[in-house]
Design a protein around this ligand. Sequence first.
Ligand code: SIN
Length: 324
Amino acid sequence: MNMKNVYIIACGGTIAGRADSASNLTGYTAGAVHINELLSAVPELDKVARVHGEQLCNLDSSDMTEALWVKLAKTVEGIAARDDVDGIVITHGTDTLEETAYFLNLTVHTHKPVIITGAMRPATALSADGPLNLWEAVQVAATPGAGQYGVLIVMNGTICSARFGYKTDTTHVQAFHGRQMGVVGFVQNGIPYFYQAPLRCHTFQSKFDIPAETLPHVAIIYCHVGMTEKTVRALIQDLSGIILVGLGHGKNPNYIESVLKEAASTGVKIVRTSRVLGGIVSEGGGQGFICGDSLMPQQAKILLQLSLDKGETEEEIQHNFRIY
Ligand code: SIN
């Protein structure tokens, strides 16, 4: 059998979490177990691929930073360029996993599989889900052609694209889904089954490079009944962009419109997204406002940051939201 070489980059999370007892499923320290220990819990990996593990960081993904994204993207791109690596797996906390996945989906240029996985139960738990998720992620990473779908999220037997995947549950093991688009495929008995491919640009099709250092400052503002102009004014100081998590089809209360228009008139780009979990935002663009299409707010933020980093115009940014 032609064994594939899969490189694992560990970033921490619950998959590397440690609790004081096997029955403690929620009170644990994330990012406490080293990748070598995680690998030794899955001896079956030896039959799937030659794996090599590297610890990039070991943290609760609530503490993930944009600077670490840049470091991770450079690491992934460097490893993907190696002839002796067929696929890459990243282990990561699930709380910000979808953001990291989308950042890599836009900035890493490779045809090789890049898979991101995590766990909902700590490594010390009774019935921990991390070992199986890791095993399945390595299976997908070792599958020729899996890179054509862009960065993939593999969790609990489901394969989601980084474009649509997001966390849908606080604690249960079935925690990721692909919005209304569904999943790209499933993993069963270690075999990936693919059913559909995301059409939006990713990885080897992406025009975005890994940013040099820091990303432009973009804030996310969540609309709700009772939000005040004062709060919005306080939030929008020293920004390059705003992601407006609007009501319904991306709307906002009338009384904050003038504050937003003021910001737009100074060059701040405002992307309309929705707090509704399905559908697209296709209206309300122009004069500094951009329609966020079907991106989740936290993913729209990344696309806006990368677009601003390239110094793109409002029209170019709007186009990006149609094709990425
Ligand atoms: C984290 O995101 O690091 C903690 C939660 C998790 O991984 O499920």
